[in-house]
Write a protein that binds this ligand. Structure first.
Ligand SMILES: [Zn+2]
Length: 154
C-alpha cells in the first residue's frame, strides 16, 4: 500500500459506483487493505480547535480516532478524511505519536494530544480533503436515492 494514486484513480479503484453508503465505503476500504478498520469516537473531545481525527495502526488493525461534533455530517467528514488517506495510499503519520494504548481506555489528557490540528497546507492533506469531499458527496447521493425510493414505494 505504498504507492500513491490520484484522487480519480482512487475513486475508480474502490469500484463502488457513483453513490454508496458510509458502511459500504468502510467495507471496501477494509477489503482493499485486507485488515480490520476500527472507528472510535473520542468521548469528551470536540471538533473545535481543529481537533478532528487521527489514523494509526494497532494490533494489525487500522484505527481511526475521531472527535465528537454536534453535527453527524461533521463527524463523518473527520473520518472520511482519514479514509481518504488510506485510499490514496498515504502512510500512517509518523509523527502522530500514538502511545501503546488500550482502546478505549485512553486517559482524557492523552485524547486531546492524539488529535492534532489539521495542517491542510501539504499536498497530501489537500488531496485527502478533496477526496473526502468527493466521498461525502457520493454518500449524500446514496441517501437521496434511497429516500426517493422510499417516497415512491414506501
Ligand atoms: Zn490528514
Amino acid at each position: 500500500m505504498n504507492s500513491e494514486v490520484s484522487v480519480s484513480t482512487a475513486l475508480d479503484q474502490l469500484a463502488l459506483g457513483e453513490t454508496f453508503t458510509f458502511d459500504e465505503l468502510v467495507g471496501a476500504v477494509q477489503r482493499s487493505r485486507g485488515r480490520r478498520l476500527r472507528i472510535v469516537e473520542l468521548v469528551g473531545v470536540t471538533g473545535r480547535d481543529g481537533l478532528c481525527a487521527v489514523w494509526f495502526e494497532a494490533g494489525g488493525d487500522d484505527v481511526i480516532l475521531h472527535a465528537q461534533s454536534d453535527s453527524v455530517l461533521h463527524e463523518q467528514q473527520f473520518v472520511l478524511h482519514e479514509l481518504a488517506h488510506m485510499i490514496l495510499g498515504h502512510e500512517v503519520d509518523e509523527d502522530s505519536d500514538v502511545p501503546d494504548i488500550l482502546l478505549p481506555d485512553i486517559p482524557p489528557e492523552t485524547r486531546r494530544r492524539l488529535l492534532r490540528r489539521q495542517d491542510l497546507n501539504t499536498v497530501k492533506e489537500v488531496q485527502a480533503e478533496t477526496l473526502a469531499d468527493h466521498l461525502a458527496a457520493a454518500i449524500r447521493g446514496s441517501t437521496m436515492h434511497r429516500s426517493r425510493y422510499l417516497e415512491v414505494f414506501g
